[in-house]
Design a protein around this ligand. Structure first.
Ligand SMILES: Cc1cc2nc3c(=O)[nH]c(=O)nc-3n(C[C@H](O)[C@H](O)[C@H](O)COP(=O)(O)O)c2cc1C
Length: 289
């Protein structure tokens, strides 16, 4: 019954979901082994497995083997992000092995309904009135990551970004540092990385006494998310008046970020001294984080 839909939608619809044995939740080998077996039963199988820590590993391995997973028992944003990362790693591995992933359809089920039910009971018991949907998102979630987002016209601000990253890596080698050019990156990807990060550093050159529109648009979106507990900083190259750094700092403050150290700006293309200033700025930021 489902196969024609499966074939017509090239694997995106018409799948049948089979769940791995719930008792295997601690063993990625057992889950991944059973997933591979289910996968061979029909072309349109989707294999359900729980997002335990073993499950995350099983999701990556199964995805790398070509199994379309359905991540379940997933109640929180950190779990959903762990699934997204595991699926991405699995798909990358499969692509690198020269396999086609275009008809795979991995999904993550976020069991909001179950969580809501439980929170309603808990809230009622404690006599508090809340909208349970807000609780997970309002949490001060972050990983040991700094995301640097910038835009540039002639690469001065980009070179600043790279040297700030260098300074952070020197000071905190275990911290993940990611750099994005806002003009050419997927906005949702950037926002996901910002959400995951403890620190967010934003850069733009000064243009007409303001900042580039890609950065202005991104900051507007970030403001709407009402993120908590994040440390911001600003940087940018300029030619004469140099307003961009202070404007970004102001936008970061309005978005609820703490500004622990003053930003950095350089005139025109940074020379060696300017690039060293950026490295030192990265180190000071990493110490303050
Ligand atoms: C259209 C345009 C407008 C600019 N307006 C300003 C300005 O108002 N104030 C300023 O300090 N610099 C201004 N600049 C200079 C840039 O900020 C400077 O060239 C900077 O080094 C560019 O950095 P980037 O290489 O990262 O793009 C302007 C440059 C351009 C092209």
């Amino acid at each position: 019954m489902l196969l024609p839909i499966f074939r017509e939608s090239k694997g995106k619809k018409g799948r049948i979901s089979i769940q791995t044995n719930a008792k295997f939740y601690r063993s990625w080998e057992l889950m991944a082994g059973q997933a591979l077996h289910f996968h061979t039963l029909a072309p349109n199988i989707q294999v359900k497995m729980p997002v335990t820590s073993a499950g995350v590993k099983a999701i990556e391995e199964s995805t790398a083997q070509g199994v379309s997973v359905n991540a379940t028992v997933s109640f929180s944003v950190p779990q959903a992000l762990a699934v997204a990362d595991a699926v991405q790693r699995g798909l990358d591995r499969r692509r690198e092995a020269g396999e086609d992933v275009s008809e795979m359809s991995p999904v993550c089920t976020i069991m909001v309904g179950r969580l809501d039910d439980w929170l309603k009971i808990t809230a009622e018991k404690s006599g508090v009135s809340i909208d349970p949907g807000y609780l997970e998102w309002a949490a001060d979630y972050h990983e040991d990551q700094v995301t640097i987002v910038y835009d540039t016209m002639w690469k001065a601000t980009r070179r600043m970004a790279e040297h700030i990253a260098q300074g952070i890596r020197q000071e905190r080698p275990s911290t993940t540092v990611k750099i994005y050019n806002a003009a050419i990156s997927d906005k949702n990807d950037v926002i996901t990385e910002v959400f995951k990060s403890k620190g967010v550093i934003v850069g733009s050159p000064t243009i007409n006494r303001g900042i580039l529109t890609s950065i202005a648009g991104l900051m507007e979106e970030i403001k709407g998310l009402k993120l908590q507990g994040k440390v911001g900083a600003a940087f940018g190259s300029y030619g004469w008046s140099g307003e961009s750094m202070a404007q970004i700092e102001e936008l970061l403050k309005q978005s609820g970020f703490s500004i622990l150290i003053e930003g950095t700006k350089v005139l025109w293309q940074p020379d060696e001294k300017g690039l060293n200033t950026c490295i030192e700025f990265g180190k000071s930021y990493a110490k303050a984080l």
